[in-house]
Design a protein around this ligand. Structure first.
Ligand code: NDP
Ligand code: GDR
Length: 360
């Protein structure tokens, strides 16, 4: 039985990847960090207490900023594959916490690679690094592919740039089977609530049910290439099954603006939006003339990535990978899940329960 170790298992991709690998018959180990409240909601359905039944799913406490925990876990598990998904992954937050972001995202990657090397696992353990389309930042070529020059535009992207190159370097220097997946944005119903897609589907679903008045957003003109996380974790696995370690762009090849995403989600909910104004003054009104979308400059970034569009030709040809879920299907799945969530919230309120009114 193959053993996989996933850092960032409690995140969106970690949850989908764990499910995927368990279905493939792997023994799956995950690293979670200690938090004062439970942080395992996305993977609770996979957990079986080993004292109560047979399981192939194990969690270990560790942190990307703590070499000793990483070293200890890797030594104990002796994994065939490591998927390094853990990161401070929010671009806007990285401007507020640049040093921590560099520590977790850049040095954290080095710590794992060093553990593989010093534990003598260079021939045994294959390594996947969660690289990102944010590396392209201020784009130098359209669409972006593996050979497009990088131009990071945030502390997050700069940290990921280090992680990208240290992965390449450990591959070349020590012969580690190490791959960078340069993944474009991928979303799902379990996407973090503060990323723009989930913020939109959750916000509009709550507006539809009268739980929220207005959704405040930043740059509506930003364009992204959005896919579904379930499709993208399969590409991670495929990269580690190849005869040679290589880096791959994973993307849909289709691009939409944040405003397009709002329109698509609103349509799915039967909300008609009329847009008025430009830039910071832009607003979206519903059929009753109520302002339900407004721009809040608080969400603008000091340096923005305006447009990203990927070309996944290499992945198509070498991995046989292509996305299955279309943009409309992605939006529909997210909207329907958030509508259910909002209905649950509405019911709780109707029965007198106190529900926090969390809005980003
Ligand atoms: P999430 O933000 O959903 O998950 C991040 C994970 O990393 C969580 O499990 C989080 O733990 C964990 N983590 C954060 N800091 C630390 C730390 N110091 N030590 C240990 N664990 C830590 O991200 P996604 O699942 O969306 O993304 C997975 C990876 O892929 C990330 O590296 C991201 O940067 C990258 N990526 C994502 C893309 C996307 O569109 N989703 C596109 C390209 C790259 P906790 O749950 O406790 O917060
Ligand atoms: P991104 O995702 O920065 O691409 O990083 P995010 O959803 O945060 O932003 C996408 C674009 O939407 C604009 N935007 C807003 N963003 C947020 N979060 N909130 C808003 O209110 C808002 N309004 C407009 C942003 O300015 C941006 O242009 C994600 C993360 O998952 C990274 O970890 C990953 O590496 C990249 O995708 C690929």
């Amino acid at each position: 039985m193959k053993k996989a170790l996933i850092t960032g298992i409690t995140g969106q991709d970690g949850a989908y990847l764990a499910e995927f690998l368990l279905a493939k018959g792997y023994e799956v180990h995950g690293i979670k960090r200690r938090t004062s409240l439970f942080n395992t909601q996305r993977i609770d359905h996979l957990f079986i207490d080993p004292r109560e039944g047979q399981t192939r799913f194990f969690l270990h406490h560790g942190d990307m900023t703590d070499s000793s925990s990483l070293m200890h876990i890797i030594q104990k598990v002796q994994p065939d594959e490591i998927y390094n998904l853990a990161a401070q992954s929010h671009v806007a937050v990285s401007f507020e916490e640049p040093e921590y972001t560099a520590n977790a995202d850049a040095l954290g990657t080095l710590r794992i690679l060093e553990a593989i090397r010093t534990l003598g696992l260079t021939k045994q353990t294959r390594f996947y690094q969660a690289s990102t389309s944010e590396l392209f930042g201020k784009v130098q070529e359209i669409p972006q592919k593996e050979t497009t020059p990088f131009y990071p535009r945030s502390p997050y992207a700069a940290a990921k740039l280090y992680a990208y190159w240290i992965t390449v370097n450990y591959r070349e220097a020590y012969g580690i089977f190490a791959c960078n997946g340069i993944l474009f944005n991928h979303e799902s119903p379990i996407r973090g609530e503060t990323f723009v897609t989930r913020k939109i589907t959750r916000g509009l679903a709550r507006i539809k049910l009268g739980l929220q008045k207005c959704l405040y957003l930043g740059n509506l003109d930003a364009k992204r290439d959005w896919g579904h996380a379930r499709d993208y974790v399969e590409a991670m696995w495929l990269m580690l099954q190849q005869p040679q370690p290589e880096d791959f762009v994973i993307a849909t090849g289709e691009q939409y603006s944040v405003r397009d995403f709002v329109n698509a989600a609103a349509q799915e909910l039967g909300i008609e939006i009329r847009w008025e104004g430009k830039s910071v003054e832009e607003k979206g009104f519903d059929a009753q003339g109520r302002c339900i979308i407004a721009v809040d400059p608080r969400y603008f970034r000091p340096t923005e990535v305006e447009t990203l569009l990927g070309d996944a030709k290499k992945a198509r040809e070498k991995l046989g990978w292509c996305p299955r879920v279309t943009f409309d299907e992605l939006v529909r799945e997210m909207v329907q899940a958030d509508l259910k969530e909002a209905q649950r919230e509405q019911l709780m309120r109707a029965h007198g329960h106190t529900v926090p009114n969390r809005q980003e």
